[in-house]
Design a protein around this ligand. Structure first.
Ligand SMILES: [Zn+2]
Length: 274
């Protein structure tokens, strides 16, 4: 049984500030140890639930946050940047379940370090009319390949936003929002125990779970400036429907996701410049 694990970082218990999850400082190194423990807890749980092969896709920042030799259960590791399928690189229709680990709430939501892909560009994303974060957007790829998304871990907002578009997803809430740069976290040992238990239950039940529906899978993206919207509109599949509003709908849900990622990459320079 093959399990795909996409790991972000801001949703890790004990991590509340960018110094803990960006760059090479001592706090970032400590943050990566906290993340490694949560990823390994998810791997342990997945194996206990029946996983025989696990692919970890590092989806945060420079996307090389984990020491490969310390990943559990001989999980293989996709790391580095850029990757064509970004947070979902490596997923295809050979997988039986998909896990989202250490995810965070969407930009604008009451959640720690809230953002949706690029905080300098994206103000809000709706998926078929529902406000969503990275989990909902990434689930388009799982829907395309027919893989059920069975677990999300992270802050409460990330879990609730995921459940809004994937109602039967298992959840492990490891911290509660206090402010954008403050949170009340479980002790890391308890967070890992919770993640392990939920991963086991989620993977054990995966065979009976359907892939996300997400039909028609239209993304509406409200961006911060008109310049960002203009640049994004150069991407195939992206229509500019207002001064700062984009509608993204490709021929299938994978194409929609790829158009979204292309718009994020293309607008990065414009977003930094203004
Ligand atoms: Zn993220």
């Amino acid at each position: 049984m093959k399990v795909f694990l996409s790991t972000d970082m801001e949703g890790t218990a004990g991590i509340v500030d960018w110094a803990q999850c960006v760059g090479e400082g001592p706090e970032a190194a400590a943050g990566r140890r906290l993340l490694l423990a949560e990823v390994n807890a998810a791997i342990d749980g997945a194996v206990a639930g029946g996983a025989t092969e696990i692919v970890v896709n590092d989806s945060h920042g420079a996307m090389r946050n984990l020491p490969a030799a310390e990943l559990g259960a001989q999980a293989s590791y996709i790391s580095g940047n850029p990757k064509p399928l970004y947070m979902m690189q490596g997923l295809d229709d050979s997988f039986d379940a998909c896990l989202f680990i250490a995810y965070h709430g969407s930009v604008g939501a009451p959640a720690g370090m809230s953002h949706t892909y690029n905080p300098r560009a994206v103000v809000e994303v709706r998926l078929d009319g529902t406000v969503t974060g990275e989990a909902g957007i990434n689930a388009l790829v799982a829907a395309h390949y027919g893989v059920p998304v069975v677990l999300v871990t992270g802050d409460r907002c990330a879990c609730e936003e995921t459940a809004a578009v994937i109602p039967d997803v298992h959840q492990a809430v490891v911290k509660e929002h206090v402010s954008r740069l403050a949170a009340h976290s479980l002790h890391p040992d308890r967070a890992c125990a919770l993640i392990r238990a939920r991963a086991r239950a989620a993977v054990a039940a995966a065979a009976a779970v359907s892939p996300p529906v997400l039909e028609p899978g239209v993304l509406e993206v409200f961006v911060r400036t008109a310049d960002i919207a203009e640049a994004a509109s150069w991407v195939r599949g992206v229509d500019r429907t207002g001064p700062r509003l984009l509608r993204i709908h490709g021929p299938d849900r994978l194409a929609t996701y790829r158009s979204f990622c292309a718009a994020i990459l293309l607008t990065r320079a414009v977003a930094e410049a203004v």
